[in-house]
Design a protein around this ligand. Structure first.
Ligand code: PHE
Length: 341
């Protein structure tokens, strides 16, 4: 029996020293010291021994148990220290490495234009309204007097969210006109900048996402004269007091009459050049008198009130202002480009 014990001592101690993981160690503990472990099963046979032998073997067994327990404990500590060392190594911060500098961004050219236009209109007594980019077809089309079959509703042109085509990414900021008129009664003077979406292929002048600024005025006695005066003021502020404008008849379903407004090319002064594609004029915005159907649809009495609305493309203005040849540059987040503004 003594021999058995000695053998057990040898093998158990050496396997504890070789254990690599806490799990392995625990398995060994069960194997040797557990209720059904090897040491216990040897001790169970002690009943057969003489008193003297039992004393000697008992002592030996206890000392084995003690040294085994000690071995387990010290192996466990070793493992813990090794782990701690590893963690400390992994988590050290080398305070002598030079820090990486936080780059502070700049105002994006699109934001510069939006803020400038906001300032100009706030100075004329306008407030700024906001509307959702995910819009209902009701606001994006129906209430803007687009009938069921209007080509702008085509799935080719518009990002729809639902099978029934009721929810979509707004194709212009004009639905904000409706939302504002439904919420407030005249006098109304608001602008609303924001993102709009169309299924366009990306090229130097097109992007499926771009920005517009919508404007809406509704009050008693508003005329096309107010429209011209307001928009001429905008253009003068943006392009200088000698900027010449041209109002061209156009069609929008939600304004009547409608127009597009061009500014005389600031590059060639109207002679015709690369910038204006030899037109002498550059198209800046769409506008018109709010259609009586639209007013009535929002609960506004079109015999008492009239209004005008306009929409400008922000990227276009930014490209002209800063001489940016390709729209895509605005979305590339290249600091070498953005740093220039
Ligand atoms: N929503 C029109 C567009 O995106 C612009 C517009 C706005 C025209 C308001 C008239 C009045 O082209």
């Amino acid at each position: 029996m003594k021999e058995l014990l000695n053998k057990l001592k040898e093998t158990s101690l050496s396997s504890v020293l070789k254990a690599e993981s806490p799990e392995e160690l625990e398995n060994l503990r069960v194997k040797y010291l557990g209720k059904k472990g090897e040491l216990t099963s040897i001790l169970k046979q002690m009943g057969k021994l003489s008193d003297e032998d039992r004393r000697v073997i008992g002592q030996a067994a206890n000392s084995i148990r003690a040294s085994l327990e000690e071995a387990f404990e010290s192996r466990k500590n070793q493992m813990y220290e090794k782990l701690l060392d590893l963690r400390l190594k992994l988590e050290t911060t080398d305070v002598t490495v030079p820090g990486s500098k936080m780059r502070i961004g700049k105002k994006h050219p699109v934001s510069i234009i939006i803020d400038e236009v906001k300032d100009i209109f706030i100075g004329m007594g306008f407030t700024v309204a906001d509307g959702p980019e995910t819009e209902l077809a009701k606001y994006n089309f129906d209430k803007l007097n687009h009938d069921e079959n209007h080509p702008a509703r085509d799935r080719q042109d518009t990002f729809y969210f639902s099978e029934d085509d009721n929810i979509l990414l707004r194709t212009s900021t004009s639905p904000v006109q409706i939302r504002v008129m439904e919420m407030r009664s005249p006098p109304i003077r608001v602008i609303s900048p924001g993102r709009v979406y169309r299924k366009d292929e990306v090229d130097a002048t097109h992007s499926p996402m771009f920005h517009q600024i919508e404007g809406l005025v509704v009050d008693k006695g508003i005329t096309m004269g107010d429209l011209k005066g307001t928009l001429n003021t905008l253009i003068e502020r943006l392009y200088g007091s000698d900027a010449k404008t041209r109002f061209r008849p156009h069609h929008f379903p939600f304004t009547e009459p409608s127009c597009e407004i061009d500014v005389q090319c600031f590059e060639c002064g109207g002679e015709g050049c690369r910038v204006c594609k030899n037109e002498g004029w550059i198209e800046l915005l769409g506008a018109g008198m709010v259609h009586p159907y639209v007013l009535e649809g929002c609960g506004t009495d079109s015999r008492v009130y009239s209004g005008f609305a306009f929409g400008v493309g922000v990227e276009r203005m930014a490209m002209r202002r800063f001489n940016i040849p390709d729209l895509r540059m605005l979305y590339e987040n290249d600091m070498r480009f953005l740093d220039q503004f």
